[in-house]
Design a binder for this molecule. Sequence first.
Ligand code: ADP
Ligand code: NI
Length: 218
Amino acid sequence: MQRAEVVAKTSRFIKEKFAQDSTGHDWWHMHRVWQLAVRIAKQEKAGNLFVIELAALLHDIADFKFHGGDVEKGPKAARQWLQSLRVKEEIIAQVEDIIRHISFKGAGVKQELKTIEGQIVHDADKLDALGAIGIARVFSFSGAHGRAIFDPAETAVLHTTLEGYIANTNSAITHFYEKLLLLKDRMYTNTGKKMARRRHEFMEEFLKQFYKEWEGKL
Ligand code: ADP
Ligand code: NI
């Protein structure tokens, strides 16, 4: 099968699989990450585009957060799909490895994306957690999981274990401090860093306005 056909089939597969999601991990998240990853790769003139496209499309195929913390579920599901399309083992292994390491697992948990392909898909995924879209997604996720918009009594926790991070049920606003505002300093590529800075500023602006309105000052 041609590479373009593998990518097209994968995008159709993911589109169908995620058509119904309401946690912010819907088809359009995969679509944006896919397009953004391609854009970053072109800008940086780096990485194997086939690996990048497949990893971007498949990166949330079976996220551990929705599968009892099992970090191997995603890589396995991606492998199964790619094997069904007879993709070469060398490519499958790279895609699997990216999916295994891409997720944010707590502020104090070390990230391990060693290849340029992994770094590009990581940056694309994290950019989609920032800016206006990032704000929309955090409230969508929080609502879907029965969490509050904001609880002024809460303090943010910088988790040092994946288990602690997953067990956390803090409000949407607190999630900014536990993850979203930390992302700009965790980007790998120059393009990712630059885009993250702009999206970060927009979130800071949003939070300022939010607190003013919370206190009825504006
Ligand atoms: P990653 O892309 O690093 O795997 P996640 O899938 O954990 O990130 O999160 C994607 C988005 O879902 C986050 O950027 C955020 O908007 C939302 N989200 C994840 N965890 C939480 C949480 N505990 N509270 C609120 N929103 C969350
Ligand atoms: Ni994602």
